[in-house]
Write a protein that binds this ligand. Structure first.
Ligand code: CA
Length: 229
């Protein structure tokens, strides 16, 4: 079994089609037609990834994604949002729901599975020793080396962990609290503004190669590592 995937989608035909394709590709598929059914499934057994329709009855996919990001049980589960139209992409992104990726309907199941594989590779916890790369910026967790287009970047240990966290959780908005938990650890008492200090240092170190723009401030929400503007 490659993993357990929960699909939250109110349109029966799409949900069943996706589930069939996932099962054929070797995944275990769990179905839910709305957020409350999804929540019950998650509590019974948390999935490895969630496919979440943007337009759901009662609680919207965007609101539900945000809720999933706030709960300890679900904050690390990768989410792919299923959106209805291309024009909505920017809007969805603007919502900063916490989704890791978006796919626009109609999509092919082949494309969906490719996205699932890519996301699982990126977010799998056992992959934390894997070197990561984005836009010519490379980080190797084993040698603790960071290079920008081949030249070494000098980072303090906290900035290194912060960058590693960002690069392994890209495109998602992280609140300062989330960054503290992910980078500093859950039981460490650090003020939230400490995050800003280290973000500033990290940006400064990435400035000479122009990679500082990868670390974006999301007003009122936190920070995001993104290759998109
Ligand atoms: Ca729908």
């Amino acid at each position: 079994m490659k993993g357990r995937i929960l699909i939250v989608e109110d349109e029966d035909a799409i949900r069943q089609m996706v589930c069939l394709a996932l099962s054929q590709a070797g995944y275990e598929c769990v179905e839910a037609p709305d957020a409350s059914a999804a929540q019950a499934r998650i509590v019974a057994s948390p999935p490895d990834l969630i496919l979440l329709d943007w337009m759901l009855p009662n609680v919207s996919g965007v609101d539900y994604a945000r809720r999933l990001r706030q709960e300890k049980l679900t904050q690390d589960i990768p989410i792919i949002m299923l959106t209805a139209r291309t024009e909505e992409d920017d809007k969805v992104r603007g919502f900063d729901s916490g989704a890791d990726d978006y796919i626009t309907k109609p999509f092919s199941t082949r494309e969906l599975i490719a996205r699932i594989k890519a996301l699982m590779r990126r977010t799998a916890p056992h992959q934390t020793e894997t070197a990561v790369e984005a836009d010519g910026l490379a980080l190797d967790p084993i040698t603790h080396r960071v290079t920008a287009r081949g030249s070494g970047v000098d980072l303090g240990p906290t900035e290194f962990r912060l960058l590693h966290f960002f690069m392994t959780h890209p495109e998602r908005v992280h609140s300062r609290e989330r960054l503290l938990n992910g980078v500093w650890g859950e039981n460490v008492y650090v003020e939230e503004r400490t995050v800003d200090v280290h973000i500033r240092r990290l940006r400064k170190a990435l400035g000479p190669s122009g990679h500082d723009h990868l670390i974006q401030t999301v007003r009122g929400a936190g920070y995001r590592f993104s290759m998109h503007h």
